[in-house]
Design a protein around this ligand. Structure first.
Ligand code: IFM
Length: 450
């Protein structure tokens, strides 16, 4: 039965990817090494010893991939630029071949009537900058980032209107510098994570006016991974744990971006571990932007516990359906996080810049991929997006993660998130049922069942 609600005409439908997860060709076109090359080649860091060396070979197959996007009726494509393709050693020498690659990709998208949404940083810092003062730990990295953004936006700004400064600063700060599960693989405590976050936020704030200067009619935003933290019980200790987790994951980012301050309760909690915050930093971070990107994968049910002292929470797993990544399937959570940011912050337009799920996908005897669970997942989440629009939340678009099965960081190729199945041996692509389903949703502007 078709849902009667229709998405607005100007609602943008897309899919998202990131450079290191799909491009491959790590030693081609003058590309320099990134921290993800180093990390993925470090024994024991990635499931099965996988690396992004070849990935989906998108660097060579991007034209075919645009043809797939057309088959799925995508109106927009969100991809990231690999900093080390543009500046192989992070700063200084500009690699024209890198700029040419992204320029051709953008031209190809525009020729196919697909709007490019560029993410400037999706975790793959040039290794040379990691080696110089420990990457995001060094305040001067902000200037390096701005020089990189300047080059990219001067080159692509005549054709790309939508820019994201960063993807998921919480993840690369905490997983990269505290938990050690992502590159550069540090386990150096809270201060290291908060310092990375602060420098990334500052880089964001300073990049916004630069992008506006280089790009006529620029639409600039940032993509945050967020979800509402719910207490496991109404006991005060669980309620307090949920509040702390909210501060840890959501408010520490939303506060500076939209209110010009870090949340008081978290400043107290992190006392002794705070980054070096200079006068004027927060005013620069709190620059108006055009959209907030929400990456949503799960809700967070929290009880008092001992994870990340002094945040001290324990993640509770309610009964229900889970993805292969161990994320609870909770479509309502998508609505809740949009409502939360809309009610508590003076936010501009919202985009779901990522949402999707990994399930065990197989090619059937009919040479198709019947990923029913992903179709159901998308159907349920699209319904929550409609609900948000009906409630007046300014949601303007939705990007499914991901266009292709790809290199899922520490999980390697085991996790398949794609609308398109990739056979990594042959690089054969098969549009999954979910891809056909999305094509239908986009055509009809309605999330009916397939
Ligand atoms: O694959 C990642 C992506 O790089 C960032 N957001 C979450 C996705 C799925 O885990």
């Amino acid at each position: 039965m078709a849902d009667k609600r229709i998405f607005p005409d100007d609602f943008v439908w897309g899919a998202a990817t990131a450079a290191y997860q799909i491009e491959g060709a790590v030693n081609e076109g003058g590309r320099g090494k990134s921290i993800w090359d180093t990390f993925s080649h470090t024994p024991g860091k990635i499931n099965n010893g996988d690396t992004g060396d070849v990935a989906c070979d998108h660097y060579h197959r991007w034209q075919d991939d645009i043809a797939l996007m057309k088959q799925i009726n995508l109106e927009a494509y969100r991809f990231s630029i690999a900093w080390s393709r543009i500046l192989p050693t992070g700063r200084g020498h500009i690699n024209q071949a890198g700029l040419d690659f992204y320029s051709a990709l953008v031209d190809g998208l525009l020729a196919a009537d697909i709007t490019p949404f560029v993410t400037l940083y999706h975790w793959d810092l040039p290794q040379a900058l990691q080696d110089d003062g420990d990457g995001w730990q060094r305040r001067g990295i902000v200037d390096d980032y701005l020089a990189y953004v300047d080059i990219v936006s001067r080159t692509l700004g005549d054709r790309v209107q939508y820019w994201s400064t960063f993807n998921e600063p919480w993840v690369f700060s905490w997983s990269g510098y505290y938990f050690g599960e992502d590159a550069p693989g540090w386990q150096n405590g809270i201060k290291a994570a908060l310092t990375t976050t602060h420098h990334a936020l500052l880089a964001h704030g300073r990049a916004v006016p630069l992008l506006r200067q280089n790009v006529a009619n620029a639409k600039v935003g940032i993509a945050l991974d967020m979800n509402v933290a719910e207490p496991a019980t109404d006991k005060p200790k669980d309620v307090a744990a949920a509040m702390r987790f909210d501060g840890f994951q959501n408010r520490w980012y939303l506060g500076p971006l939209f209110r010009g301050n870090y949340p008081e309760d978290m400043l107290e909690l992190y006392a002794g571990n705070l980054p070096d915050i200079h006068d004027g930093d927060l005013a620069q971070i709190n620059v108006p932007i055009d959209y907030l990107g929400i990456n949503f994968y799960r809700r967070s049910v929290m009880a008092a516990g001992e994870e990340v002292p002094p945040v001290n929470y324990r993640r509770v797993s309610p009964s229900g359906d889970y993805t292969e990544m161990g994320s609870e399937v909770s479509p309502q959570g998508l609505y809740d996080i949009m409502k939360y940011v809309y009610d508590h912050y003076d936010v501009p337009d919202l985009y779901i810049t990522e949402n999707g799920a990994a399930f065990k996908d197989e090619v059937s005897a009919d040479q198709k991929v019947h990923d029913t669970k992903r179709v159901d997942y998308l159907y349920a989440h699209f319904g929550q997006a409609q609900r948000a629009i009906e409630d007046g939340i300014p949601l303007k678009g939705y990007f499914v993660w991901s266009l292709l099965d790809n290199f899922e960081w520490a999980y390697g190729y085991q996790m398949r998130f794609g609308l398109v199945y990739v056979d990594y041996e042959t690089q054969r692509r098969i549009i999954k049922d979910s891809g056909h389903y999305l094509a239908q949703v986009i055509r009809q502007k309605q999330p009916s069942s397939i």
